[in-house]
Design a protein around this ligand. Structure first.
Ligand code: MSP
Length: 513
């Protein structure tokens, strides 16, 4: 049986339309899911929407809608964007679905039976935008405003059911000591570690005055706190309570999140799992945040980067590429049209696109559109082949650590090497000679160009699936999608005689958006 690989994104709130932040995590997860599929793994890629809670109830009320009506609308927008971005998720969970609600009831019942939940009282601050209880010190530090959204905190005084989070501090520390990869990147691990060391407090996990949620099974006057409801999606989507079939994917290999929701995923989530006696995920990876032209994106500034704008002009792949190339996953980054366009024109247009068109052009003109033989190789070919042969390893190592930018750097390194190789070997000059040695040399050179393009396309395809399909059409390479990376990622897999058909430029030059 194939090794499983389970990757998740956060489930997104349905109070508003998707933006670059949602797209970022989802694209990164998609790349990894696609990559592991090409490696032959049994991949499960989950995304979805977080639909309950005060924030959604308020947004619906402002628009004179029932929360579920708002959710239905916004979910459609998410699904559409994921289709356009070529997201290959295997499942899409909505917390309003009966499959989730039913299991949540069972999960809470189990926690009650295990004495993990008790009735208590909360008096303090609450951030509706983050759906988060905020302690007094933190509230005062941020002038009683939400540290993430800047919106005023709410004062609440209510009876709640509490989860005995404080029981799990030592066990979590022990887990962190033994699993240094549990939280990535390292700086986030350290942050979590030192906060857990200060001790954990029990967590309110129900809201008494909120209707839009799943009822507490022991007390229908309360709904389950939205974060507990949301976190459990990662296991309810696998039918946790049946533990059949899809349960084989647990524990998750990677749970991708943004840095603002680290506490929930790296502390509350594992403690809930421990209380349920469920194995912990292998890695929670927190990425950084994007700013736009150096500014934080916010509703009031109206400066959210809308992925749809870029998709319409450039297609899905340039956007996918840019987000993962521009910033190391885990760091903050800035989005600007200038840097987007620069990478688009130079790296995609010149390095990748031109390499393909130069190669297919020459093979059509000089070799009747068929990939020639490899022939006798020289130091130039040796160097190019070496770069090609080392690529699989470089990419694999980088992706094992979610270093998307490093993987792309290595892949684009092959494009650069191939372009340099063409400049050094000057096949267009060789084509003008009539002797047989030059002819043979020309064929060897063009074989190497075609093979470099093919190999490049194999490793770029998880990042830019739509464009690489086009490359495969130009190379008339029908089995491309079905081959395992073991075969297709090896230098030399391109048979001579393959028909090549030139196509339109992959990434036509653009001057502005
Ligand atoms: N519903 C919760 C997650 C529950 S998961 C059990 C939630 N949803 S969200 O829609 O507000 O945010 C989803 C993700 O978008 C978070 O990971 C967050 O970090 C990310 N981003 C929001 N703004 C962002 C940027 N400006 N840049 C990068 N990512 C950002 O939180």
């Amino acid at each position: 049986m194939a090794e499983t690989f389970y990757i998740t994104t956060p489930i997104y709130y349905v109070n508003d339309v998707p933006h670059i932040g949602h797209a970022y995590t989802t694209i990164a997860a998609d790349v990894l899911a696609r990559y592991h599929r090409t490696c032959g793994r049994d991949v499960h890629f989950l995304t979805g929407t977080d639909e309950h809670g005060q924030k959604i109830a308020q947004a619906a009320q402002e628009q004179n809608l029932e929360p579920i009506e708002l959710a239905d609308r916004v979910v459609e927008g998410f699904r559409q964007l994921w289709r356009k971005l070529q997201i290959s998720n295997d499942d899409f969970i909505r917390t309003s679905q009966p499959r989730h609600e039913k299991q949540m009831t069972q999960i809470i019942t189990k926690l009650i039976e295990r004495d993990e939940i008790y009735l208590g009282h909360y008096e303090g601050w609450y951030s509706v935008t983050q759906e988060q209880f905020v302690n007094d010190t933190e509230a005062a530090e941020h002038d009683y405003k939400c540290a993430v959204s800047g919106k005023p905190l709410q004062r609440v005084k209510e009876a709640n059911y509490f989860f005995r989070l404080s029981r799990y501090g030592d066990r979590l520390l022990d887990h962190l000591d033994k699993h240094k990869d549990f939280v990535k990147p390292q700086a986030r691990f350290n942050e979590v570690y030192s906060r857990v060391k200060e001790g954990l407090r029990d967590l309110a996990i129900s809201r008494p005055s909120l209707d839009w949620g799943i009822r507490m099974p022991n007390d229908p006057g309360h709904t389950i706190y939205v974060w507990v409801d949301a976190l459990c999606n990662y296991i309810t989507a696998l039918n946790y309570t049946d533990q059949a079939d899809k349960w084989r994917y647990w524990p998750a290999d990677f749970q991708f999140i943004g840095k603002d929701i680290l506490w929930f995923h790296a502390v509350i989530w594992p403690c809930l799992l421990m209380a349920l006696d469920v194995e912990l995920p292998r890695c929670v990876f927190a990425h950084g945040w994007w700013t736009h032209d150096g500014q934080k994106m916010s509703k009031s500034l109206g400066n959210f980067v809308d992925p749809a704008e870029y998709l319409d002009t450039y297609g899905p792949d340039a956007f996918r590429y840019f987000l993962l190339r521009e910033v190391p996953f885990g760091r903050d980054g800035d989005f600007s049209d200038e840097s987007f366009l620069r990478r688009y024109n130079t790296e995609l247009g010149n390095d990748v696109g031109n390499l393909l068109s130069r190669t297919t052009n020459m093979i059509e003109r000089y070799c009747q559109g068929k990939v020639p033989k490899r022939g006798q190789i020289t130091a130039d070919e040796n160097a190019l082949e070496k770069t090609g042969r080392e690529l699989a390893d470089h990419v694999d190592r980088a992706l094992a650590e979610c270093k998307f930018h490093t993987a792309l750097e290595a892949i684009l390194g092959l494009a650069a090497a191939a372009n340099r190789y063409i400049d050094a070997t000057e096949p267009f000059k060789l084509a003008k000679q009539s002797d047989s040695a030059s002819r043979e040399r020309l064929e060897t050179v063009l074989y190497h160009c075609a093979e470099a393009v093919r190999l490049l396309s194999v490793f770029l395809s998880p990042f830019m699936p739509a464009s690489m399909e086009k490359v495969w059409q130009q190379l008339c390479w029908e089995q491309a999608g079905q081959m395992s990376l073991d075969e297709s990622g090896r230098w030399g897999a391109l048979p001579s005689g393959t028909v090549v058909r030139k196509g339109p430029p992959l990434f036509p030059r653009m001057d502005k958006k």
